[in-house]
Design a protein around this ligand. Structure first.
Ligand code: ADP
Length: 326
């Protein structure tokens, strides 16, 4: 089970941190993937673009290879049971632990005028999303590690207080470690809403991709063998590992070791490999995005599958709590 907020166009971080795993998991597990529209309300009070954004995220999920017939691909707000479970979990979530959450502290710094209770309890809603389907594997990027630990705590707390209902959810990635795709300017991660010029979106045109990559920070290059790689150059190599062939990467690594690397060539190569990767996804997403009827069918089917799973869990939850009076 996992989700992505409809707060803008998806980017390489969303793909390599999350979506790539979704696509593989759909062949091996029963899966629930959602557009986290309720979560987006914590920071995006203007909802005029919500529908468009939801359609966009759905199209990009499908363009990346998710098959709505194989998984439950749904919209968070279509499964009302989420909100009920969120309420029960809120009774077991403590103000102190919520205030310590890194993402909460970041948001308070960024938007001091909008520190709402939904923002504080964001990890509780996320825990509800996950355990609503009694999911145990949650494919996410590294930035979600702390939230997953909290989801585990809430699930365990519920089990201790009311009896075993939930398995322990774990953050999941097919590689050994969770992924963090760095931004092109070397400060932080690629993100939907921040760092827009240092983030490569799955919707970027070929020209835009080239422009952004060529602007990535470099320097004059190493002059002595054995010079440690600066962070911003390491980031370029890290991005290359996502989209380029292994022999191309080794050639540039060797050039670096021999102090003959030309960063212009490195970035040109990276740009072309990104273009090759993104073009088919962008074209497919563009074709799907305007097909209202198809997207409505996808959402309806997803809501039906997710609703069935949610209702079964909520029966157990109400019984465990003692909310069954007749
Ligand atoms: P964003 O931070 O861009 O708004 P979301 O919060 O909606 O994205 O996260 C959707 C998924 O994408 C999560 O699993 C998150 O861990 C993953 N993700 C987002 N940015 C990155 C990144 N730069 N690197 C790796 N994974 C990421």
């Amino acid at each position: 089970m996992s989700g992505i907020r409809p707060t803008g166009f998806l980017h390489l971080g969303n793909y390599f941190g999350a979506l790539r795993n979704y696509v593989k998991m759909q062949e091996e597990y029963p899966c629930f993937f959602m557009v986290a529209d309720l979560h987006s309300l914590t920071t995006h009070p203007d909802t005029k673009e919500l529908k468009l954004n939801v359609q966009r995220v759905l199209s990009e999920n499908i363009a990346c290879g998710l098959d709505p017939d194989k998984v439950a691909l749904y919209c968070q707000s279509h499964v009302r049971e989420t909100s009920e479970l969120y309420l029960y979990l809120n009774m077991m979530a403590y103000k102190g632990e919520l205030e310590k959450t890194t993402t909460f502290k970041d948001k308070v710094r960024q938007h001091p005028d909008n520190v709402n209770a939904g923002l504080l309890t964001y990890p509780v809603l996320q825990a509800a999303d996950i355990i609503l389907h009694r999911a145990s594997l949650v494919p996410v990027g590294k930035d979600q590690e702390q939230h997953l630990e909290m989801a585990r705590n809430f699930a365990n707390r519920f089990n201790h207080r009311y009896g075993d209902v939930f398995p322990e959810p774990q953050a999941f990635n097919y590689g050994s470690e969770l992924v963090k795709v760095p931004s092109l300017d070397g400060t932080g991660k690629m993100s939907k809403s921040e760092n827009q010029y240092a983030t490569i979106y799955l919707s970027d045109t070929d020209e835009m991709i080239r422009k952004k990559v060529m602007k990535a920070k470099t320097d004059a290059g190493p002059t002595e063998p054995g010079t440690p790689m600066p962070d911003y150059i390491e980031n370029i190599f890290m991005l290359m590992k996502l989209v380029s062939e292994a022999d191309v990467i080794s050639k540039f690594q060797e050039d670096y070791d021999q102090c003959r690397i030309r960063y212009g060539d490195l970035k040109k190569q990276l740009a072309e490999d990104m273009v090759r990767f993104i073009t088919p996804v962008r074209e497919k997403a563009d074709a799907i995005r305007n097909d209202e009827k198809y997207l409505k069918d996808v959402m309806e089917l997803g809501a039906e599958k997710a609703g069935k799973s949610a209702r079964a869990t909520m029966e157990l939850v109400r019984q465990a709590i003692g909310l069954n009076y007749f």
